[in-house]
Write a protein that binds this ligand. Sequence first.
Ligand code: SF4
Ligand code: SF4
Ligand code: SF4
Length: 459
Amino acid sequence: MKTARSGDHTNTQYTVQGLHVVVKPTGPLCNLNCEYCFYLEKQALFASGEKYRMTDEVLSALISNYIESQPAPVVEFVWQGGEPTLLGIDFYKRAIELQRPFAHKKTIKNSLQTNGTLLDDEWCSFLKRYGFMVGISLDGPKAVHDRYRRDRDGNGTFDRAMRGLKLLQRHGVDYNVMVSVARDTASRPLDVYRFLRDEGVEFIQFAPVVERMPDARGRRLGLRLAGPASLEDEQQTGVTGWTVVPGEYGDFLIAVYEEWVRNDVGRVFVMNFEWALNAWLGNPSPVCVHAERCGRSVVVEHNGDVYACDHCVYPEYRLGNVATEKLTDMAVKSVKSGFGVQKESRLPRWCRECGVLAACRGGCPKHRFARTYYDEPGLHYLCEGYKKFFLHIRKYLRALATLLENGLPAAYVMDAAKGPLVIKLGERQKKGESSEGNQGGAVKRGRDAGTKGIKEGNL
Ligand code: SF4
Ligand code: SF4
Ligand code: SF4
C-alpha cells in the first residue's frame, strides 16, 4: 500500500507498528522560504554558526540505533527537512551503505520529502534504483502554488517543483503529492484537485496549515510562531494570516470528495479519504492526527538530538541523542511523560460526545487551542471543518462499506453517487463481477478489515 508521507508542512506522521523516525539531516535549512513554513524559524533554537549538516558519525549512530531498536520487522527512514536534497546524493548513498549490513535482519525502506526544486535526472535515477518513496510538495496550479511557496528572492517556485514532478514521473519513482491547504488555497479545491489529477498524480495528501502568532515564550526563544497548545489552560493567541479558516477547510475537502467520488474512485487515492474510510471500517488510524494516541513518531535532528515529533521540536520536548540513548528508550520516555497519551485523556467533553469522534479523534494536540461550547480548553482549531467534512461523507462511506462487504469494487460508488446513492447489490452480484484487480488501497484495506466496526453511528 502506498501512503503519502510526512510532508514539509504537515502534521501527519504515521503511527506504524513499532517506532517511526523522521530524520532532518539538514535541520531547518532550506533553499526556499515558503510563507507558511513552520520549520525555518527553528534556526533560532540552534547556536549561530551551526552547519546544519548531519555528520558521518551521527548518521552512523542513527542508522544502527534505529534498526537495532526497532521492534517491528520493517524499518523506514523518512528523510525530511528543511530540504533534504541540499545534502546531495552522496549523503544518501552513504546512508544506504550504512544500512546494508543490517539488511538480513530487517526490511529497510527509505522515503524522502522534498520541495522537488533540486531534483534532476541523477537524483531521480538514484531514487528509483534504491526504491525511495518520494513525497513532493506541490500546492496546485501555478497561481495557487506560488501564492505561498516562494524562494528567498520572493520568486514563485511552481516551475521548478513541476520540473521535479515530471522527472519523478519519467523515471518511474514512487511518489505522492503533499498539498498544504493554507487560507487562500482553501478557496480553490477543484482547481487544485483537477490540476493534480490531470497531471497524472495518483496519490495526494492534503495537510491543513495552522499556526498561531508567537506567545511570550515563543518570543523569548526568538520564534515567530507559537508552540504546542496547552491542553489544560491555553491562552490563545491569534492565528497567522495564512492559517486556513476551519469551515473553509471542511468545504475544501467536501468539494474535492464530491469530485473524486463521482469520477476517480480506484484511480486517484486521496489519503485523507482513505483514513476516513479506514475509520468507518473500524480500523485504527494509520496517521497520528486521527489516531487515539500519538507519540511513536520521533524526529532526529541533524545533530542527533531526538524530539517527540516533527511539530514539537522545542527544548522541552527534547528526548536525548542517538549517540547516547536507544531510540526505543527515548520513545518510551516520551510516552511516560504523557506526550501522546494526553491526546486521548485530555479530550474535552465536546469531543467525547461528538458523533464523528471515531474518525477525528480530536486532531493534533498542537493545534487544540480553541475552547468548546462548554468553555472547556483543548478543542482543535479546525473542529468545525473536521466535523463538516466527516458528517458530509458518511453517506458515501456507508455505500463504500456496503460494496466492500459484498466483495464488489469500490469504483461502483461512482455510478451511485451520480444518482440517489443506491447500491444495487443484486444486479452487480448477478453479473458475477469480482472486485479483484479493480480496487485501490482503501478498498483492499477495507476488505482486509472485514465487517468489523461497520455500523451506523460509528462515525
Ligand atoms: S520547502 Fe518551504 S515549507 Fe518546506 S522546509 Fe522549505 S521553506 Fe519550509
Ligand atoms: S469534530 Fe470537533 S468535536 Fe468532533 S472529535 Fe473532532 S475536534 Fe472533537
Ligand atoms: S503532536 Fe501528535 S498528532 Fe500532532 S503531529 Fe505530533 S505526533 Fe502527530
